[in-house]
Design a protein around this ligand. Structure first.
Ligand code: PMP
Length: 395
């Protein structure tokens, strides 16, 4: 009990242990595979200077004024073209798009619109921790959808859709956070069919889809069943996360509810930042920048996969994603990644014990999330060698 009479929902807002874990990563000499930060080398600083100048010359004082909640018109136009042509979401007209303060805001708005205490919502197991943090204060009951090496198992989703009738299903189908897994085309079609057949709302979160190092691009599920899908995107991985710029396309009625919900939070997203993004996207800078970002991350990811094969005990499993920012590893039965975490910190390597990404605290004890984007190849090699040695001692 504090001094003030906080709402009951604050009981579900406990500050995450993960934040405590991330604090130690600031210690000198620590190699952190724990965070989820893009590399600052991926940020186009000089270009941003030019875009600031151009935006002010083009739109003058109007981009320093209040704007509409839906978003800055030139950015809505550029996003509509991008979503239709590059993401194949043909329904993405400007009146079906909302610009947000990061895609994290979309998760909060979705929770605000849909979740009453006790409502069921379906999530992947494991899932993005920030989504659980956005949903938790609204006190949902989570229903886990079973996953295998290819992510969500459609049969599990259909069973849950029929039996539990969740308000929505939240998933990250491409280069998932935390596992890096991607759902293949056939399963995407099956998930889209289930959404249509059972009128299930799907919240498709896609921050990493464009960050691909190998293999063929996969279409968003929203390109297969747009009337049942809320598709969430962000500039955090393709431009810069500090700009806090996300976007969502969904059926018109849902967008209009989201606009109302966002209005009461912050009126609208920064007009100035939207103007920068309108130029970045509309003038083709993003198309040129994404391959550069991939070139920067590809060798880091390859180094991590090679090091894992070389140094981790053979009883460990790990994912080999074709893109994104994370690799997921799992030790054999009885291995507890949280129990050895302190020892890893003593040896100056940090990772995220995987149990935090599960809705049920008894799950995921042997798992861990490893990030490769914000370390050098040398740091990755050294960190994975250290962890391999440590884990071998604790089997
Ligand atoms: N969804 C997922 C799956 C994420 O990993 C992240 C951030 N790492 C977000 C949403 C939120 O990103 P942002 O608010 O920066 O767009």
């Amino acid at each position: 009990m504090g001094q003030f009479r906080y709402a009951e929902r604050t009981e579900c807002m406990e500050s995450s242990i993960l934040r405590e874990i991330l604090k130690v990563t600031a210690q000198p000499g620590m190699i952190s595979l724990a965070g989820g930060l893009p590399s600052p080398d991926a940020f186009p600083v000089e270009l941003v200077k030019e875009l600031c100048d151009k935006a002010l010359t083009t739109w003058k004082d109007s981009i320093l004024q209040y704007g509409t909640s839906e978003g800055f018109a030139p950015l809505l136009e550029a996003l509509s073209d991008y979503l239709k042509n590059d993401r194949h979401i043909k329904s993405a007209e400007t009146d079906r798009i909302l610009v947000t303060n990061g895609s994290q805001q979309i998760l909060d708005v979705v929770a605000k619109l849909f979740i009453m205490p006790g409502d069921k919502i379906a999530v992947e197991s494991p899932t993005y921790l920030g989504a659980l943090q956005a949903f938790n204060p609204y006190q949902p009951v989570y229903v886990d959808i079973a996953t295998d090496e290819e992510g969500v198992i459609p049969e599990s989703l259909e069973e849950v859709a029929v039996k539990e009738k969740p308000k929505f299903f939240y998933l990250v189908p491409t280069f998932q956070n935390p596992t890096g897994k991607s759902i293949g085309l056939e399963r995407r079609k099956a998930i889209a069919d289930i959404a249509i057949k059972h009128n299930l709302l799907i919240v498709e979160d896609d921050p990493y889809g464009a960050i691909r190092y190998r293999g063929e691009p996969l279409p968003p599920i929203a390109s297969l069943a747009s009337d049942n899908i809320l598709y969430s995107g962000t500039f955090s991985k393709t431009f810069a996360p500090g700009l806090r710029l996300g976007f969502v396309t969904a059926p018109k009625d849902l967008i209009s509810w989201m606009v109302k919900a966002k209005q009461s939070i912050d009126l609208h997203t920064s007009t100035f930042v939207q103007a920068l993004a309108a130029l970045y996207l509309g003038e083709g800078h993003m198309k040129r920048q994404i391959p550069k970002i991939c070139e920067l991350y590809r060798p880091k990811q390859e180094a991590m996969l090679v090091a894992l094969k070389k140094h981790f005990p053979s009883s460990f499993f790990f994912t080999e994603p074709e893109g994104g920012m994370f690799v997921w590893a799992e030790g054999p039965e009885g291995f507890d990644s949280l129990a050895v975490y302190e020892k890893a910190i003593e040896r100056k390597v940090a990772y995220v014990p995987g149990r935090f990404f599960y809705t049920r605290k008894e799950d995921g004890a042997g798992t861990m999330r490893l990030n490769f984007t914000n370390s050098t190849v040398e740091q990755i090699n050294s960190a994975i060698a250290t962890l391999g040695e440590l884990f071998a001692e604790h089997l």
